[in-house]
Design a protein around this ligand. Structure first.
Ligand code: HEM
Length: 211
């Protein structure tokens, strides 16, 4: 499959469009909740939506590499925006939990984070995301050198923790949780075998050129 390439002059605009589009679910649902148009428990609905979109953006961030390796689609320029969107969604999810759900009852929040496993795991994911968000700029990439790549591998642990948190947050693990957890598992699996797969493919291509 050959996708038409976006002219270079539109690259920056397309990244900004992604940021704007990515925030639409949060802004729209917040608006519906604030104007009384969400049926049921608006806080829970908003909290759930933010968590789900956080996981979606994490998965999309991880999908950029296999998309390029296996399908030849190079969307690496969108990876930073996707990762940052994931971070903003987790941060909003956390804020909604603290402010709207628990109404800043810090004793309850601390007890939740230390005693309820699924919240401890979610919190660990947020803590791991913070250094990634802080170093997602060109200055940090230059400054950290090869250490930057090593640090940013943490994104796989964040996604694994996010998926586990989602599975443990519900009473019964259903198809939705299994799909998200399965996607994260496949993407982590790809990262583990990627190096060997690419080496073999390169060797095969060299052999074909040589013969
Ligand atoms: C990478 C980080 C995170 C991801 C991807 C994530 C994702 C999700 C998802 C998808 C749900 C929906 C479960 C459901 O209601 O069906 C959820 C629920 C929940 N999350 Fe997170 N979460 C993350 C971090 C956190 C953090 C840092 C906290 C708070 C310390 C938190 C607190 C909660 C709570 C309390 C619920 C249950 C809401 C309810 O009662 O329905 N999460 N999360």
């Amino acid at each position: 499959m050959v996708l038409p390439a976006l002219p270079r002059r539109y690259h920056a605009a397309s990244i900004w469009a992604l940021y704007a589009l990515g925030l639409v679910p949060a802004v729209w649902t917040f608006y519906l909740g604030a104007t009384g148009q969400l049926i049921g428990n608006p806080v829970k609905i908003f909290e759930h939506l933010l968590g789900i979109w956080a996981l979606r953006f994490l998965i999309l961030t991880l999908a950029i590499a296999p998309l390029r390796d296996l399908a030849g689609i190079n969307w690496v320029r969108y990876r930073r925006a996707l990762g940052l969107l994931a971070f903003w969604y987790v941060a909003m999810h956390f804020l909604t939990y603290m402010v709207l759900d628990k109404r800043l009852a810090f004793d309850v929040i601390v007890e939740d984070i230390t005693k309820r496993w699924f919240i401890t795991i979610g919190m660990a994911a947020l803590v791991m995301l913070i250094p990634l968000a802080l170093t997602s700029n060109s200055w940090s990439i230059r400054r950290l050198g090869t250490g930057w790549g090593k640090l940013h591998r943490l994104i796989y642990a964040v996604a694994a923790a996010g998926a586990l948190h989602f599975c443990l947050a519900v009473k019964v693990v259903g198809p939705e949780q299994l799909i998200y957890a399965g996607l994260v598992a496949v993407l982590i699996g790809w990262r583990l075998v990627r190096h060997r797969f690419m080496q073999r493919r390169r060797a095969r291509r060299l052999a074909e050129v040589g013969s």
